[in-house]
Design a binder for this molecule. Structure first.
Ligand code: SF4
Length: 103
């Protein structure tokens, strides 16, 4: 399909992820993502059809959970990460916040 483009490259356009390292908050796992074989624009869709296409690629990604948690922890607002859209990540964060408050 598209050219090989590591997720770390496309995420770098937001100025948050600019390197690969092996620490606990590192981004080395991105090298194992299914998105390596797709254009960055695939994961920054402008409509619901595009979101569904990105989600389909994430579906069987071996680092899907890690990717989602990374995006949540880093409060990444744009794009599809770990099979979740921006809206879905906002919902997850809101739910977790409410769970923390009620615990
Ligand atoms: S879950 Fe999706 S965005 Fe994340 S690494 Fe895998 S394919 Fe890429």
């Amino acid at each position: 399909m598209g050219k090989k483009t590591p997720l770390r490259e496309l995420s770098g356009q937001f100025g948050r992820i600019t390197h690969v390292n092996s620490d606990v908050n590192g981004t080395e796992w991105m090298l194992a993502g299914n998105c390596q074989d797709y254009s960055p624009s695939t994961f920054f869709p402008s409509d619901g059809v595009g979101v569904d296409a990105a989600r389909a690629i994430c579906q069987d990604c071996p680092v899907k959970d890690r990717c989602r948690e990374y995006a949540l922890a880093e409060r990444i607002e744009h794009g599809v990460w770990g099979g979740c859209s921006e809206r879905e990540r906002r919902r997850i964060l809101k739910r977790r916040k409410l769970e923390t408050i009620s615990a």
